[in-house]
Design a binder for this molecule. Structure first.
Ligand code: ADP
Length: 256
């Protein structure tokens, strides 16, 4: 059997000694579209950053494909939250995508025509080739998100980790991202996505983790995306229950 693409064991992460993720364990199997959901401030972004070593872990262990991250980092691509990026930085869409190749080119080696071609191919895949020379700050939120996806795509990774790729984007971008995720899965890659929109969970993912400081539940979507588990994760907020009813209805429809 293939090793899980990501395995976190009892991972705790603190900011100023205060835990933001507590004893979190999660195993993501190869070849799925996996979502991580949970309320605002639940530790979802922190979880992604800590498994990748972008922020330090207080305790616990993490492996990718059964190996330490350092050994397999070429196989993992990360798309950070759009809001966390400085969009005033004067750089073109093409250059942003080329940055995705630095892991393989090396920071100080010259990029070749072939690299530029690869970057443009990726931009084309997300419908952004016409904007290759545009400054990234001049693009709309959805377009910026697609450029970021292209930057991940050139890495030809086996695992794509994305932090809220569907947040604050237009319908066209949403469609592009979803189709891309499905294509990546078909080609044998795995996608792990932090997600915030409950009504679309059952349509987008086949594996799900519920996070609220700790991992409330994690596994195949129809075992985890249940009213009982969601209540454990989100508590009994009324406006949420309305949304839940809608999303669970969708899940039932999918199963039928
Ligand atoms: P989510 O992605 O689920 O919204 P985050 O991982 O962003 O949650 O945040 C989890 C908790 O950690 C929140 O209480 C947040 O305020 C806190 N936090 C996040 N980043 C930092 C930081 N750099 N310094 C201190 N606290 C932080």
């Amino acid at each position: 059997m293939k090793a899980p693409v990501l395995e976190a064991n009892h991972m705790t992460v603190c900011y100023d000694k205060k835990p933001a993720v507590w004893e979190a364990s999660m195993s993501v199997p190869a070849g799925c579209l996996a979502g991580i959901i949970g309320p605002n401030g639940a530790g979802k972004s922190t979880f992604l950053k800590a498994v990748l070593g972008i922020i330090p872990r207080t305790s616990g262990s993490v492996s990718f494909f059964g190996e330490p991250y350092k050994k397999v980092k070429q196989r993992v691509a990360y798309v950070p939250q759009r809001e966390s990026v400085d969009w005033d930085y004067p750089i073109s869409a093409r250059e942003v995508v080329l940055m995705g190749l630095y892991k393989s080119i090396g920071l100080f080696r010259r990029k070749t025509k072939e690299h530029v071609l690869q970057a443009e191919e990726a931009l084309d895949r997300v419908g952004m080739l016409d904007y290759a020379g545009r400054q990234i700050g001049e693009l709309s939120g959805g377009q910026q998100q697609r450029v970021f996806l292209a930057r991940a795509l050139v890495q030809k990774a086996d695992l794509y980790m994305m932090d809220e790729p569907f947040a604050g984007i237009d319908a066209t971008t949403e469609k592009v991202i979803l189709e891309l995720m499905q294509e990546l899965k078909q080609n044998g890659s795995t996608v792990l996505c932090v997600h915030h929109d409950l009504p679309t969970v059952a349509d987008y993912f086949d594996h799900l983790s519920l996070l609220n400081l700790h991992v409330v539940a994690s596994g195949p979507i129809d075992e985890v995306f249940t009213k009982e588990q969601l209540m454990k994760c989100y508590g009994g907020r009324l406006e949420l229950l309305t949304k839940l009813t809608e999303s669970l209805g969708r899940l039932e429809a999918l199963k039928a």
